[in-house]
Design a protein around this ligand. Structure first.
Ligand SMILES: C[S@@+](CC[C@H](N)C(=O)[O-])C[C@H]1O[C@@H](n2cnc3c(N)ncnc32)[C@H](O)[C@@H]1O
Length: 225
């Protein structure tokens, strides 16, 4: 099976929506700082997009992205997270990885600041076409549940990160994929957090912080030993 044949089908609609201007560049959930106070209230115009941007901001803080780094975004969607880094940092080497050539075509429409390099590559997260110890940061935002093996992805991330480099990811737990979501997001691979801890050790990550948001989502930052 070629990489493109494994593109999740819901992206047909998202790409169409992006081209028509009804879908934004971010393809992930959002973060509400005032979530408790807003529970049950109808969404205000632009609120979801602001919450998506806030989530990107949190992920970049977690990853400790700084000027001068080589950053790889695996499962990069339409390129929103790398666009944010390009806007806020200098002398960056930014690389987006995706299995979908159509999404990468959308990413390639982004023009980076002249002090940054921005590249996009068609590849599978479980076979990254990158040299060992070549990246300072790897991001993976709401994409890992699609990969054929989370274990293989962690081993790949561990290989590609330089010692002291950081993997920052957000992933969805199996509780997310009930009812409607199961139809929207096939195929998905449910995962237990205990399995994950063992894999992190095998991939030679020496420290990690894991934060669960409710029953369905977790964020992880792990440092390569
Ligand atoms: C929910 S989207 C998240 C996109 C982006 N990270 C964001 O937050 O806007 C999941 C992304 O993972 C990509 N993807 C799925 N399977 C993949 C794989 N095996 N290797 C690389 N990318 C993959 C999809 O094409 C899509 O771009």
């Amino acid at each position: 099976m070629s990489v493109t044949e494994r593109v999740p089908a819901y992206f047909d609609h998202l790409i169409d929506g992006f081209r028509r201007g009804t879908v934004g560049r971010s393809v992930h959930l959002g973060h509400w700082d005032d979530a408790a106070g807003r529970a049950g209230e109808p969404m205000r115009p632009g609120e979801f997009e602001r919450a998506q941007a806030r989530l990107d901001e949190i992920m970049l803080e977690m990853a400790d992205v700084r000027d001068g780094q080589a950053v790889v975004d695996v499962g990069c969607g339409f390129g929103a997270s790398l666009q944010r880094i390009d806007e806020g940092h200098r002398h960056m080497r930014l690389l987006g990885v995706n299995i979908d050539a159509r999404q990468l075509a959308i990413c390639r429409e982004l023009v980076p600041h002249r002090h940054n390099a921005l590249r996009w590559v068609l590849a599978d997260a479980c076979a990254l076409p990158l040299g060992g110890a070549s990246a300072d940061r790897i991001l993976c935002i709401e994409a890992m549940f699609h990969f054929t093996s989370r274990r293989t992805f962690f081993l790949e991330a561990g290989r590609v990160l330089r010692p002291g480099g950081t993997l920052a990811l957000l992933d969805l737990l199996k509780e997310f994929f009930g009812d409607v979501n199961r139809k929207l997001f096939p195929p998905t691979r449910p995962y237990a957090l205990d399995d994950l801890r063992a894999v992190l050790g095998d991939a030679r990550f020496r420290r990690h912080r894991l934060r669960r948001t409710g029953r369905r989502v977790y964020r992880l930052v792990a440092e390569k030993g």
